[in-house]
Design a binder for this molecule. Structure first.
Ligand SMILES: Cc1cc2nc3c(=O)[nH]c(=O)nc-3n(C[C@H](O)[C@H](O)[C@H](O)COP(=O)(O)OP(=O)(O)OC[C@H]3O[C@@H](n4cnc5c(N)ncnc54)[C@H](O)[C@@H]3O)c2cc1C
Length: 374
């Protein structure tokens, strides 16, 4: 056996950084605050709202899951790495703080036979083992109740769901003595690009921008190309049987212990309104009807509660993760994947701030360079 050790000079040396300011207390800002404080950094977390995880991250039941496709390009690659890392991250934090974390099985439904054969090819190539990814056809018990158009798919074990994790994250942040400043929008936005110029100064402590709503206005000389996409989720009761598996395809369905189901997946481009819409609840209820067909009993599905949020996606659907200027970093643009992608993205940012080795290939990291559209 050949054993080697790194020469001292080749070992990455940790930079002497003590303080980091994070703008934005969504899932990306909170994940970063927790991880960076674990590494001994003093963190100030600033949010314009009165509570943490108040905007896109107030999502009541996000899933942490891989997407099975034949996309082995940068997005597919990052998605796998990030999913595996996120599972570890949430398992670990939920040991010390209840985050509503639960691991469930999810069926990713194929819309057509062609899509199903592509999924089969993908799992053959991935070769991850039947206990984790398994092709299932319409004979599978859970699918016999599902409508004819979606009769096959892939059963994924080990998908995470976070049931109303906001309080848990806020408590975890308090437990780590992170300085929290709420109801404080970072600078008067009317000041615009001058903040960008201030962040470029080398003598200030690192600032991480995890605020998709205003990052473009704060740093006007960088082109982020963030597109807002509004979505609404609806909690529904009236299923004939409790939903044993989560179902993903066109949107997703995930069940709670009380038998109710969150149906999620409306998609309104360039809409930043968080106002609840009845028509979107109807679309979400229709998703259930479409999957399970008309109800056998006379009572219909009933809406219990609704939630609307906005995700911000980039044009190439890769996030912005990395250095913007001497002391400024971007951690944003997670689209529909923030809960899955943020923990690994956080690790990339701390490694860059502290000068440690990067947890992913440099070529992949380059695809997330926040200056790539300039
Ligand atoms: C319908 C729907 C379903 C989704 N389902 C999933 C899912 O199943 N799995 C998954 O992984 N992801 C899912 N997502 C995506 C996920 O919710 C987002 O990607 C994630 O919430 C983004 O987190 P963030 O921290 O980047 O942004 P946000 O949560 O929006 O946080 C940004 C924070 O910055 C603050 N802020 C903004 N400007 C300023 C300023 N100037 N000063 C101070 N603070 C400021 C805001 O108040 C906010 O708290 C879904 C999204 C939607 C809409």
């Amino acid at each position: 056996m050949l054993v080697g050790t790194f020469h001292e000079e080749t070992r990455a040396k940790r930079k002497s950084v003590d303080n980091v300011t994070i703008i934005g207390g969504g899932i990306s800002g909170c994940s970063l605050a927790l991880r960076a404080s674990e590494l001994g950094l003093n963190i100030t977390l600033i949010d314009s709202e009165s509570a943490l995880l108040a905007r896109g991250s107030s999502n009541p039941l996000p899933l942490v899951r891989p997407t099975i496709s034949l996309d082995f390009g940068p997005r597919g690659q990052f998605n796998w790495y990030a999913y595996l890392y996120a599972m570890r991250f949430y398992r670990m934090w939920s040991r010390s703080q209840p985050l509503g974390w639960r691991e469930i099985e999810v069926i990713q439904l194929a819309k057509t036979e062609t899509e199903f054969s592509k999924m089969k090819d993908a799992i053959k190539t991935l070769n991850l083992g039947q206990d984790f990814l398994r092709c299932i056809d319409r004979e599978f018990p859970a699918l016999t109740t599902v409508g004819r158009k979606t009769s096959s798919g892939i059963l994924i074990s080990g998908v995470g769901q976070l049931d109303k994790c906001q309080t848990g994250f806020a408590q975890a942040i308090r437990n780590r003595s992170i300085e929290l400043v709420t109801e404080m929008p970072f600078i008067d936005l009317a000041d615009g690009g001058s903040v960008g110029r201030c962040l470029i100064k080398s003598d200030i402590d690192p600032v991480v921008l995890a605020n998709p709503q205003t990052v473009q206005r704060l740093v006007s000389d960088v082109c982020f190309r963030l597109q807002p996409i509004r979505g609404q989720s609806t909690r529904v009761v009236g299923m004939e049987q409790p939903l044993k598996y989560g179902l993903c395809g066109d949107g997703y369905l995930a069940g709670l212990d009380d038998g109710s189901v969150w149906s999620s997946g409306t998609f309104d481009l360039n809409d930043e309104s968080e106002k609840l819409l009845n028509q979107d609840d109807s679309l979400n209820v229709d998703r259930i009807r479409h999957l399970f067909g008309p109800k056998k009993s006379s009572s219909d599905y009933r809406v219990l509660e609704s939630w609307a949020g906005v995700r911000y996606a980039t044009h190439d659907r890769m996030p912005h993760v990395g250095r913007l200027a001497q002391s400024a970093y971007a951690l944003t643009g997670f689209g529909s994947k923030g809960f899955t992608w943020a923990p690994l993205a956080t690790e990339i940012i701390v490694s860059e701030i502290l000068g440690l080795s990067c947890p992913i290939e440099r070529s992949l990291k380059k695809r997330m360079n926040p200056l790539r559209f300039n």
